[in-house]
Ligand binder design. Structure first.
Ligand code: PHE
Length: 488
């Protein structure tokens, strides 16, 4: 029998998990969510969410992966044969995400090159629309965007090469993909906070509004951010921990990884809000009028800021998009490795075959997104997979492991290995707090979607890109489960 891949050191594993957790979300999502939900006061909700749900779930995933030595599909299969489909579903949510995550990376590639000439000019919104050929509606397909496709191809080549020999390769690549963005974030913090207007920006980011903590929406935002940010619920942490040697710490690793991720988010806010303060200063507007989030922040607002930096604009432009690319790539390949590990566990295929086929399928699925309407579909799929996908998977984990399998077994298992132990509080969070919060999240999201379609898109587009994707994943999971596994 083939020996299972193993991390070359504990540090490689920690870096890989940090690399997965730290992604675009730390830069383009966290600072905005923090500002919009009470600034400094939000940090309280966020830390509570981290300790009552994020870290407990990460410990659960690590414990499960390590104990069963299987990727999500295999891990759930080993817990109970009937649960295998659920493991596949977790993997498939991740797979769906990486299909469009790679498209965003392609945008970053393109923008990295455009930075050299500051090609976006004055009207950065118009330029973005032109670059991706944006159409008015999801059903107006628009033209094929060659450069977006080429960027996508490049992303996939990088992703597949990074996991070429499984975690052996990953363990080396992450030195670059974790440390480069960290250094660049520091560069952008310094650049951001030394610009005129930065203080107003930072005040905006962190001014505490404690009254907001009375609003349940703020707490839900904190939990959602924590789940997404820690990369739990996609089978990644299960797969990654399944490659740890038998004697490995679990609990301390989970704390180190989560805290590093959160520190990065918090600090990234200084880079972003410093720059937004400058942007407001340039336009002579209040910061509130210029804040942006997600793709708009990175491809519309930030390019404008870059063009108006006092010196070295192309240099900072290239570094900014390099930062995003290096941030994104280790999240992307962690998702692919979670899929590949699941396939290898079940069918005993080689790294090469799995990596090439998973990469090719994901690339092919991404091609429609390189057309003009692609961005709109990406938006819909993203909303459904990150809201419903993650919550459903994390809820399922709490139920299947916390209640059916027994959280006590995982707790005792990780305690027997770890540098410090977790107490019964952990079971309480996994069995009660986390699932209750997740149920709330799911119900509220369903309610919102019943009231109005996501982003005002036509219901039919919302159905095809959203509900259908969410419904189809467990079905594919059941199909994959029913396929014969290869025993040797
Ligand atoms: N955690 C990553 C972020 O904050 C996003 C991510 C999602 C990574 C899913 C992997 C899987 O951006």
């Amino acid at each position: 029998m083939e020996v299972r891949d193993q991390w070359s050191s504990r540090f490689s594993f920690i870096l890989a998990a940090i690399g997965s957790a730290i992604g675009l979300g730390n830069i383009w999502r966290f600072p905005y969510i923090c500002y919009a939900n009470g600034g400094g006061a939000f940090l309280i909700a966020w830390l509570v969410a981290l300790f009552t749900a994020g870290i407990p779930l990460m410990i659960l995933e690590f414990g499960l992966g390590h104990r069963t030595q299987g990727a999500a599909s295999d891990a759930f299969y080993k817990v109970n044969k009937k649960f295998e489909w659920f493991g596949w579903m977790a993997i498939l949510v991740g797979f769906g995400i990486v299909v469009y995550y790679a498209v965003i990376m392609s945008y970053c590639f393109n923008y990295g090159i455009h930075s050299l000439t500051l090609a976006w000019g004055e009207n950065t919104q118009e330029f973005f629309n032109k670059t991706i050929g944006l159409t008015q509606s999801p059903f107006e397909i628009g033209g094929f965007k060659k450069f977006i496709f080429l960027g996508l191809l490049a992303s996939w080549i990088f992703i597949v090469l990074s996991i070429w020999k499984g975690v052996k390769t990953v363990g080396k690549v992450v030195y670059a993909t974790v440390f480069i963005p960290w250094i660049l974030i520091i560069v952008f913090i310094i650049r951001g906070v030394t610009l005129p207007g930065a203080v107003e920006g930072l005040t905006f980011y962190l001014k505490p509004e404690f009254a907001k903590l009375l609003n349940p929406g703020v707490w839900l935002a904190a939990y959602t951010q924590v789940f997404f940010s820690l990369s739990v619920g996609f089978g990644i942490m299960i797969a990654y921990s399944s490659f740890l040697p038998r004697k490995s710490d679990i609990v301390n690793n989970a704390f180190i990884i989560s805290m590093s991720n959160c520190a990065t988010s918090f600090l990234a806010g200084f880079a972003i809000f410093g720059a937004l303060g400058y942007h407001a200063h340039l336009l002579g507007k209040p910061v509130a009028d210029v804040v942006a989030v997600g793709p708009e922040l990175t491809f519309v607002t930030y390019p404008h800021i870059i063009s108006n930096l006092p010196f070295w604009q192309p240099f900072f432009g290239v570094l900014f998009f390099l930062m995003l690319l290096t941030l994104g790539i280790d999240s992307a390949f962690s998702l692919v490795e979670a899929v590949a590990a699941g396939v290898r566990d079940k069918w005993k295929l080689s790294h090469r075959t799995t990596n090439l086929s998973v990469g090719a399928i994901a690339l092919a699925l991404g091609i429609p997104l390189t057309f003009g309407a692609g961005f709109l579909w990406l938006d819909i799929v993203d909303n459904f997979l990150t809201k419903f996908g993650i919550s459903i998977i994390c809820l399922g984990e709490c139920i299947l492991i916390g209640w059916v399998f027994g959280s006590g077994k995982i707790r005792e298992y990780v305690n027997s290995l770890s540098e410090f132990s977790i107490g019964k509080w952990w079971d309480f969070f996994i069995r009660f707090i986390t699932p209750i919060v997740l149920l709330f999240l799911i119900i509220l999201e369903i309610k919102d979607r019943v009231i109005s379609s996501y982003g005002g898109f036509p219901r039919i587009a919302e159905f095809l890109g959203g509900w259908l994707v969410v419904i189809i994943l467990p079905i594919i999971g059941i199909i994959l489960m029913s396929l014969r596994r290869r025993e040797k």
